[in-house]
Design a protein around this ligand. Structure first.
Ligand code: SF4
Length: 343
């Protein structure tokens, strides 16, 4: 168990989590679920200097390649073609993903992407009827409580095995799918007939202005969410990290477009690049872009700050220390006045 002193001198993580010390997995979960926010607050208060002020991470780069937690493990397809399960820290538990682009099509080429495009796709296109049947079956399986009987879920607390969301996500960029509207319609229909769940669109933002995508978004309720990737504040940094085939300007204007229609969540992944932290000037520019979006009328309900969790195709990109992620979140709060959380 990690021990961190709170500002009043208490070892609060030990107190909150002492009931979980018998299990390594559960104690890590305990730390992640119950203590993470306070860990971040404490570190933010006690660490001085800019995110770019210190060049060497305090944990070995190679140690940070794979985090040994229950969260963010590889997808579990549960025998399905288009529906998979993950235990996600950002979803605060079980998330079912819809692989909207099984062909792995994406107009970004993120250096930290976990999708190995050298391996042939499992399917060319999502079959809407098969996907809907798999979704119904998988939800029924989760509701029956049988998930915990599978070996990889046996040690997890039942709280993490409650369905938190169904995510339109997968191996490619969902908004590029030609059948995007049909996919949303089918998922919404499953929900209407089988009971409510939150629907979340994970997107790199580039297709949000497409008429089909805007039609699909109209089918979402106020409880549903749109999570949009923004990994930097300058074209040069985005070119290095995301290698998009569209300019940053277009991504920002699409965030503005949808953010004016409904609240959005910004997802920002900052990887360690050859073990180095992102430059502070970049973080300042990134926070400035968020400020401009907010000033332009985008409703940003939260900014999620996190780092590469699972090993990607590129070995030189790794996980940033919590200290650096916390400083980035604090810069967002102070510059843009937005809610920013570290995952
Ligand atoms: S946007 Fe997502 S799917 Fe596309 S390259 Fe980046 S991480 Fe991979």
């Amino acid at each position: 168990m990690v021990k961190i002193n709170s500002s009043n001198g208490d070892n609060w993580s030990g107190k909150i989590c002492q009931g979980f010390n018998n299990s390594r997995v559960v104690s890590e979960l305990c730390l992640a679920v119950f203590c993470f926010k306070r860990v971040e607050d404490t570190i933010t208060q006690t660490v001085a200097g800019s995110p770019g002020g210190k060049k060497k991470p305090n944990v070995s780069f190679h140690q940070l390649q794979v985090r040994d937690t229950a969260f963010d493990r590889p997808r579990d397809w549960l025998g399905n073609r288009f529906i998979y399960a993950v235990i996600s820290s950002r979803a605060t538990g079980l998330s079912l993903g819809v692989d909207v682009n099984p062909d792995k099509k994406c107009n970004f080429d993120c250096s930290y992407c976990e999708v190995d495009r050298r391996i042939p796709s499992r399917a060319h296109k999502l079959d809407v009827e098969v996907m809907a049947a798999e979704l119904r079956k998988t939800i029924a399986f989760i509701q029956s409580g049988k998930l915990v009987e599978l070996p990889s879920y046996r040690t997890l607390p039942t709280e993490l095995l409650r369905l938190r969301q169904v995510a339109l996500s997968g191996d490619g960029e969902p908004t590029l799918a030609t059948n995007f509207v049909e996919v949303v319609q089918a998922v919404v229909r499953v929900r209407a007939l089988g009971g409510f769940f939150k629907l979340v669109l994970y997107t790199n933002g580039t297709g949000l202005d497409h008429p089909n995508v805007l039609r699909g978004l109209e089918l979402l309720t106020h409880s549903d969410e749109v999570w949009i990737k923004l990994d930097g504040g300058t074209q040069s940094f985005i070119d290095k990290v995301n290698r998009p085939d569209v300019p940053l300007e277009k991504i920002l204007s699409n965030i503005l477009l949808v953010g004016r229609l409904r609240p959005v969540v910004i997802q920002s992944l900052f990887p360690a690049i050859h073990g180095e932290e992102p430059p502070f000037e970049e973080i300042r520019e990134y926070a400035q872009r968020l400020k401009e979006l907010k000033a332009g009328g985008a409703q940003i309900s939260m900014v999620q700050i996190y780092s590469a969790a699972r090993p990607g195709v590129n070995a030189e990109w790794g996980h940033l220390p919590l200290r650096v992620l916390s400083q980035i979140a604090q810069t967002v709060r102070l510059t843009a006045g937005l809610r920013a959380e570290v995952f």
